[in-house]
Design a protein around this ligand. Structure first.
Ligand code: PLP
Length: 472
């Protein structure tokens, strides 16, 4: 080994020495000692390795203590950072399943905080001073908002589907159109959930066409349920036919069979009033006298993760009595957040303004354009050429398996820097604090303003400055 390398290795401080340094120079946030020791060991091991492996030409002249200390601080910070944390969604996909779907309205967050840090009447009947049920808190409100006879909240919509099938059709047949045997995000496939529930799938029709007579011919003494599944994340277009819910309900009545619909992304508003394509709403399904409808709390509804089942009292009561309900029950934070979100729906205007998911979907292009111009101006002020930022036309999406073919016109910022190929800048943004998730489109790095929250904007400026002009 060359002499230079040996000298540098000898100069490496001992773990104890660095520990002593940090004791004498308390870093702004006090590190737990075991974490500090762990970080020091890791940094020293990595540094030793680096000295052993680097070509002689790039070896430093002497060891920099400042650099070692900086590295220890970086490692400790990394160790202390929560694994699950906030990111900036600049993808333009509003209900982004990988990024936590719907950001919650302020009222929901407030109510969750209130219930989280204190005791609550989760299962306590305040008027009568006796044990109550967590299932009672939201039922009245849901009945008021939707006109449904009864309601039940579970952990998520996959859970609601499972519970419904297990309760109504275990060991018996459920008739579903072949064109509706959907897979959502890989982990939820209708045939698999059906198997897990103990129900037997009876597929009818073909991929593109199913007629009412297909259902009728499949009905036998084994039939327990007619199920319609909203094909929420794709569209089959062209030569197609689906049986309208109302016709299915009439068929169910004729044969005394319950009819249920898995809406997936349950919407309470008629979004066509806001210029968005039609999405079957919860109210429509109930209006057509479906016996049970299930949908998600954190898709178009814009609340916390939950599964909501609405419908005839007789069936909802059956769901409540199933022991699976205990395994799928929502926690108090979900209930608190969902109740506060649902309350906003008492006033449609308020819902559209206060629920971030709806606000982003209905935001006019002119407002997004203004936001884009402002952010571009701030970035130009902070980052001189050769960095370049330009407005770029973009198409945003609703996401979350809702309105798959709806294209929301949007504006993006296109970022360019001669030293940073788009994919490298994308990676640097993704690994920054906080991470910024951008979109790469045809060799172009885009930040879509439809999903960047107003409070995210200063962070975007700070992170880009940190990456592109760290010394400035
Ligand atoms: C999203 C979706 C589900 C699953 O809902 P989660 O809330 O994610 O559990 C089930 N069915 C359909 C049609 C969906 O779109």
């Amino acid at each position: 080994m060359d002499e230079q390398r040996q000298r540098l290795l000898r100069q490496l401080p001992a773990v104890e020495e660095l520990l002593l340094y940090f004791q004498e120079h308390p870093y702004p946030q006090a590190f737990p000692r075991p974490l500090l020791t762990k970080a020091i060991r890791r940094v020293l091991t990595d540094y030793r390795q680096q000295l052993l492996e680097s070509p002689a030409a790039v070896l430093p002249a002497r060891l920099s203590e400042t650099e070692l200390i900086k590295r220890v601080e970086d490692v400790v910070e990394e160790l202390q950072r929560p694994c699950l944390r906030r990111v900036v969604n600049a993808t333009g996909v509003i209900i982004h399943t990988n990024l936590g779907r719907s950001p919650l309205p302020g009222a929901a967050i407030q109510q969750m905080l209130e219930v989280a840090g204190h005791y609550s009447n989760l299962e306590y009947h305040l008027k009568e001073g006796r044990r109550g049920s967590r299932h009672d808190h939201l039922e009245k409100l849901l009945r008021e908002l939707t006109g449904a006879e009864a309601a039940l909240i579970v952990n998520n919509n996959a859970g609601a589907v499972l519970l419904m099938l297990n309760t109504l059709a275990q060991g018996r047949e459920v008739i579903v159109s072949r064109g509706q045997l959907v897979e959502i995000g890989g982990s939820f496939r209708m045939p698999d959930v059906m198997r897990a529930s103990g129900a037997i799938l009876r597929e009818v029709g073909t991929t593109n066409k199913t007629h009412l007579f297909d259902y009728e011919q499949a009905i036998s003494s084994e039939t327990a349920l007619l199920l319609k599944v909203h094909t929420s994340n794709f569209r089959i277009t062209g030569f197609t036919k689906e049986v309208p819910l109302a016709d299915l309900v009439a068929l169910g009545e004729k044969y005394h069979l319950p009819v249920a619909e898995d809406l997936g992304s349950g919407c309470f508003l008629d979004l066509s009033r806001h210029g968005i394509d039609r999405e079957p709403s919860v109210l429509e399904a109930l209006g057509q006298k479906v016996n049970l409808v299930v949908f998600s709390g954190d898709k178009l509804l814009g609340g916390p993760q939950a599964g909501i089942a609405l419908g005839n009292r007789q069936y909802v009561e059956q769901l409540k009595r199933n022991p699976l309900t205990r395994a799928l029950r929502p926690d108090k934070l979900t209930l608190a957040g969902l109740e506060a979100t649902l309350r906003l729906y008492r006033d449609e205007q308020e819902a559209v303004q206060a629920i971030p998911t709806l606000r982003m979907i209905t935001k006019p292009l002119a407002a997004i354009n203004r936001q884009a111009l402002n952010l571009a101006r701030r970035l130009r002020r902070r980052l001189p050429p050769p960095f370049r930022v330009n407005l770029w036309p973009s198409i945003a999406r609703v996401g979350g398996g809702a309105l798959p073919q709806v294209e929301l016109p949007s504006r993006a910022l296109s970022l360019e820097h001669p030293d940073w190929p788009p994919h490298r800048l994308e990676q640097a943004l993704r690994q920054a604090q906080p991470p910024i998730i951008a979109r790469l489109e045809q060799q172009r790095l885009l930040l879509d303003l439809r999903t960047i929250l107003p409070e995210d904007e200063p962070l975007v400026v700070a992170v880009l400055a940190e990456i592109l002009a760290p010394e400035a």
